[in-house]
Design a binder for this molecule. Structure first.
Ligand code: GAP
Length: 436
C-alpha cells in the first residue's frame, strides 16, 4: 500500500512537472532530484513562508546566507569528522550495503525481499560510516586540500555569530535563520525525496542565556508545530517524538522531532534541538576566538546556549504532496492550501475565437500583477480543468460568450468544483480574500 501510494505521487510529480530524477537521460543518479516548473514554485512557496514566519514577522531573528564550502577545521570543531556517522553493514553475498539501525525496513536489491530474516547470516558486523562528502580545494588532490560539502547549514550560523550580532544590534535572546543546500552520503536513501543525498534545509539557531534554554526549547516546539498547521497539514497526522538518550545526535542535549504520518510510517519532518553551548564552545576552542556574550542588563558574561529548529524543505514538499493527493472517481487532485499552491489561478478562453482569447489574456495580465497565473487555451475545457486539478490550482477562470455581453466570468473552485459568476473587474478582490 505504502509503495503504491508513493509510486502514484512520484508518477504524478513526473507527469505534471514537480520532480524529476537528476540526470535522467543518463539513467539517473541515485538520491538526487530536480524540481520542474510546478515543483520549483511549490518549494519556493514553502521556503518563502518559512522565511516570512521566522524573519519578516519577528524582530528577534536575522537572516544569513553562508557558503557551502567552509574551512575544514569547522567540521573537526563541530564533531562531524569524528561523529557524524551511521552504522553500516555489508552483505557478503550480494555486496549490498544497509544501515544497521534500519534493517527492519531494508529490502534486498537482489531478491526484492525484506533483508530480515533471510540475509541475516550473510551480514558483516556494523562499522561506522561518515556521511560527509569530501572534495578538494585547489588543483592538488592531497590530504591538506580536503574540504567537505556541508552536512547541515547550522555551522555557517555559529561561525558568524559575532559577525551578525554586531551590525544587527541584536541582544541575546535572538536567532539567525538560513535556508540552503546540505549534502549527506546516505547509506540508505529512499522514499522519493524523503531521504536524498543533496537536499535543502531551513534552519534557525536561537541564542539564549544558559538558564533559559529549556523554556525556549518548549516555545520553539509550539511555534514550529503551529507553522505546519498553518501551511495546511492535518494536525492529526503530526506528532512530537522525544529522543531518548540513545537517539540523541552528538551535539544535542535534548531533542524532539516533529513527525508526519507518511504512507511509509511516522517519520521525522523537523528536528528541534537544545544544543546547549556545545557548538560555540567547540568553535571557541578550535578557532581561539571569543564567541561569548556580555549581557549589559545582568552584567554577566556567558557563552550562549542554542535552541535549533531544523526543517527539510524537500521533506516539507513531500509532506504537502502526500497531504494534498486525492483520487476521486473522475479525477486526481492535489488539494494544496492556497498559500502553497504552485499556481493560484488558471485562466481559459472557452474557445479560441470571438475575442475570447484576447479578453482572457487581458484578465491574465491584470491578475499576474498579484498572483501566479497560468494561461491555457489548448484542448477541451474539461481537460484543462483536470490538468490544473493535478497541479493543485485553487481556481480556474473561464471567459465565455456571456463575458462578451456583461464582462462576468466563470470561477471554478478546485475542491468543490462549484462554479460562480464573478465580474471580471472584481476578480482581484475575489481572489485576494480567498488565497490568503
Ligand atoms: N542541524 C541539525 C540537523 O541537521 P537533522 O535532524 O539531521 O538535524 C534536520 O536534519 C532536517 O533536515 C530533518 O528533519 C529533515 O527534514 C532534513 N534532512 C536531513 N537529512 C535529510 C536527507 N538525507 N534528505 C532530505 N532531508 C533531510
Amino acid at each position: 500500500m505504502a509503495s503504491d501510494a508513493m509510486d502514484k505521487i512520484a508518477s504524478l510529480c513526473k507527469r505534471r512537472g514537480f520532480v524529476f530524477q537528476s540526470s535522467e537521460i543518463y539513467g539517473g543518479i541515485n538520491a538526487c532530484w530536480d524540481y520542474g516548473p510546478a515543483g520549483v514554485e511549490l518549494k519556493r512557496n514553502v521556503k518563502d513562508l518559512w522565511w516570512r514566519a521566522l524573519t519578516q514577522l519577528r524582530d528577534d531573528i536575522e537572516g544569513l546566507d553562508s557558503a557551502i564550502l567552509m574551512h575544514p577545521k569547522v567540521w573537526h570543531a563541530s564533531g562531524h569528522v569524528e561523529s557524524f556517522t551511521d552504522p553500516m553493514v555489508d552483505c557478503r553475498m550480494c555486496k549490498a550495503r544497509f544501515r544497521a539501525d534500519q534493517l527492519d525496513e531494508a529490502v534486498c536489491p537482489t531478491t526484492g525481499r525484506p533483508v530480515l530474516p533471510q540475509c541475516a547470516p550473510h551480514l558483516t558486523e556494523p562499522r561506522a560510516f561518515n556521511l560527509m562528502f569530501k572534495t578538494f580545494m585547489g588543483p592538488v588532490e592531497e590530504a591538506s586540500a580536503v574540504v567537505y560539502l556541508r552536512p547541515e547549514t547550522a555551522q555557517g550560523i555559529y561561525v558568524n555569530f559575532q559577525n551578525v550580532l554586531g551590525p544587527s544590534r541584536q541582544k541575546v535572546p535572538f536567532g539567525i535563520a538560513q535556508i540552503g543546500k546540505a549534502f549527506r552520503n546516505e547509506i540508505s536513501p529512499g522514499n522519493f525525496i524523503f531521504r536524498s543525498r543533496e537536499f535543502e534545509q531551513m534552519e534557525m539557531q536561537f541564542f539564549v542565556p544558559p538558564g533559559d534554554a529549556s523554556s525556549w526549547f518548549d516555545y520553539w516546539k509550539g511555534q514550529r508545530m503551529e507553522w505546519y498547521r498553518e501551511i495546511g497539514i492535518d494536525p492529526g497526522r503530526l506528532r512530537f517524538h522525544e529522543h531518548g538518550p540513545d537517539e540523541l545526535a552528538h551535539y544535542a542535549k535534548q531533542a524532539v522531532d516533529i513527525e508526519y504520518e507518511f504512507p511509509f510510517g511516522w517519520k521525522e519532518l523537523e528536528g528541534i534541538h537544545n544544543r546547549s553551548d556545545f557548538d560555540l564552545r567547540r568553535h571557541i576552542e578550535h578557532s581561539g576566538k571569543d564567541l561569548s556574550y556580555f549581557d549589559q542588563e545582568s552584567n554577566q558574561h556567558f557563552v550562549p546556549h542554542i535552541i535549533e529548529t531544523s526543517a527539510g524543505a524537500d521533506r516539507t514538499v513531500l509532506t504537502l504532496l502526500v497531504e494534498a493527493y486525492a483520487e476521486e472517481e473522475e479525477r486526481t487532485v492535489l488539494r494544496f492550501h492556497p498559500k502553497v499552491a504552485p499556481v493560484k489561478v488558471a485562466v481559459f478562453p472557452l474557445v479560441k475565437r470571438d475575442g475570447m482569447p484576447e479578453r482572457a489574456r487581458a484578465i491574465t495580465t491584470d491578475l499576474r500583477r498579484r498572483f501566479r497565473v497560468f494561461y491555457d487555451e489548448k484542448g477541451a475545457v474539461g481537460r484543462r480543468y483536470r490538468r490544473q486539478d493535478e497541479i493543485g490550482t485553487p481556481f480556474c477562470v473561464t471567459v465565455d460568450s456571456q463575458t462578451l455581453i456583461d464582462d462576468t466570468v466563470t470561477v471554478r473552485e478546485r475542491d468543490s468544483m462549484a462554479q460562480t459568476r464573478v465580474s471580471s473587474e472584481g476578480l482581484v478582490a475575489y481572489f485576494r480574500d480567498r488565497l490568503a
